[in-house]
Write a protein that binds this ligand. Sequence first.
Ligand code: CUA
Length: 188
Amino acid sequence: MTQASGHAESADTAARAERRWGAVSVAIIAMLVVMAAYAGIHQAVMPQARVETADPSTLHIAGEFIESNLGSAVEPDGSVTVRAIGQQYSFTPQCIVVPTDTPVTIRATSADVMHGFLIQGSNVNTMLVPGYISTVTTQFPAPSDRAMPCHEFCGSGHEGMWGRVRVIEKAAFLKLAADHRRLTCVAQ
Ligand code: CUA
């Protein structure tokens, strides 16, 4: 074997190795693209793990969100569930009362268009979408009064769509809850 042919052979080997590595990196990129596409499409076409619906046209007539069922209720496990609806341009109840140091689950929906649902100084910040129930869990450490504005433009009266949240001592709340099935702080 001459020196020249030896050079040519090793150049050949190097080129082959480079092509192999090139092919491997292209394969890795292709695999990542397929994975990303699969994950994205799969997520978009599969139903969410938990979607609860509520027909906005019958909200006031039947089901979980009839007026007598709105407000705060103590559950058998000691937690509190708050049910509320948003509509142009108010919340029902306008004033939500909740206890301190208690897990609070808010279940809310919209009777008409999309509204925002936010409780100042808390992790509660969601949308009320007609047809769907929004669920948020939170807890309030101390008695306080908090603003609850609609933060999604929902029409000409949007700026005036505000509710309130009153956090009261747990003992006081439980005392009130003893003689009321649903609590609110409307007109207080
Ligand atoms: Cu409701 Cu903005």
